[in-house]
Design a protein around this ligand. Structure first.
Ligand code: CP3
Length: 340
């Protein structure tokens, strides 16, 4: 199979495909028994720093489901840990930061990243590209707002109140923080593409908490710098956040080639909001997979039908696979999309 002509890369480029390509955010991980087995006794960040494990875990969902793209097994906080930020991923909680960043002096913790800081990433990607053959590998990073939220709050947050306090109350400090993070994220993505990733996804998972005017002022310039800084590499740039219905046009404006849509906005409406020249990715509610197959089938066909309104459609869930998901449901869903 020819990588450049894979259905996934063609759909991202808005070229005709025999059927929509499909992959799932968080397709590797806690929903797979083979994942739980190899992760036994290995802390999450240790797994991310161990190329053999990263390769195995990245390949697991490709083997099981036959999805049209692999996503690199890692986490959005990996580049921050790599430059020395003291943080951990607590099971069932998420990233926790020992010394939250709340003033200008704390910014010194965020030095630029270099390839040597993440040599295990380069090593794992090189090995994966060989194993995957014609199946594209998606590299990824967290966007400055979402990373900033973890750094400022010190962990997961419901209302992002300290984050917004800095954004509104100390805009100079906010932009300095976003600027440093954008530099780190851009270089981390360039490292992944240079090692062989065929596309990248920038996760701004929590930016849906921000109103459009504030997004334009406090977030978009930094995201644009990242996307512009990848343009010369020629790989599709996917951008996704949860609850971003009111921001979809701006996510495209920031420079994404493919705009990820959560389950709250149907794809035909999302296509209107995003406008021409962009592909869409999404957007089956991941919780629907908990319902009987008949329901999944009906809802998935609806997503496929509405996705025809987009110039290119990459089938996905509206957010990550939930931990309790039955892998057989995802297998049937993958087959259904391939037969569409
Ligand atoms: O299969 C894949 O999608 C690749 C792996 C991947 C992980 N994290 C592995 C992981 C990806 C793409 C991410 C991105 C990520 N990490 C995001 C953006 C995507 C999204 O879901 O919006 C965010 C916000 C994080 C931060 C983070 N890391 C959270 C919220 C959690 C979950 C905490 C929990 O246990 O509920 C993590 C930990 C994490 N990252 C796990 C995995 C497989 C679970 C840890 C484990 O299995 O021990």
């Amino acid at each position: 199979m020819n990588l450049a002509e894979s259905t996934f890369l063609r759909a991202c480029r808005r070229q005709p495909v025999p059927h929509p390509p499909v992959w799932y955010m968080r397709q590797a991980g806690r929903s797979l028994p083979e994942y739980l087995k190899v992760r036994e006794g290995v802390p999450m960040l240790t797994a991310c720093e161990t190329p053999d494990l990263v390769v195995e875990i990245t390949l697991q969902p490709v083997r099981r489901y036959g999805v049209d793209a692999a996503i690199f097994f890692s986490d959005i906080v990996v580049p921050l840990k790599a430059i020395g930020v003291d943080l951990d991923i607590k099971p069932g909680v998420g990233p926790v930061v020992a010394q939250p960043i709340r003033d200008a002096a704390a910014l010194d913790a965020l030095r630029p990243i270099e390839p040597d800081d993440v040599s295990y990433v380069t090593e794992a990607i090189r090995a994966l590209v060989g194993e995957l053959g014609g199946t594209p590998l998606i590299g990824f990073a967290g966007a400055p707002f979402t990373l900033g939220s973890y750094l400022i709050e010190g962990g997961p947050s419901r209302h992002h109140d300290r984050t917004k306090a800095m954004m509104y109350g100390e805009p100079r400090l906010w932009h300095d923080l976003m600027d440093r993070l954008a530099g780190i994220v851009l270089e981390h993505l360039r490292i992944q593409v240079r090692a062989g990733a065929s596309a990248i996804q920038l996760f701004d998972s929590w930016v849906g908490a921000v109103a459009p005017d504030d997004y334009r002022e406090f977030v978009l310039p930094h995201t644009r710098r990242i996307f512009d800084g990848l343009a010369d590499l020629g790989v599709p740039r996917i951008h996704f956040g949860v609850g971003t219905g009111e921001l979809l046009g701006l996510l495209g404006e920031a420079g994404a080639d493919v705009v990820g849509v959560d389950w709250r906005v149907p794809l035909d409406e999302a296509a209107r909001r995003v406008g021409p020249g962009k592909a869409l990715q999404g957007n089956l509610d991941p919780a629907i997979l908990m319902a009987p197959w008949e329901v999944v089938e009906r809802k998935a066909r609806e997503v496929l039908r509405r996705g025809e309104a987009a110039e290119g459609h990459v089938f996905n869930l509206g957010h990550g696979v939930l931990p309790g998901t039955d892998p057989d449901q995802l297998k049937r869903l993958t087959d259904l999309v391939h037969e569409a």
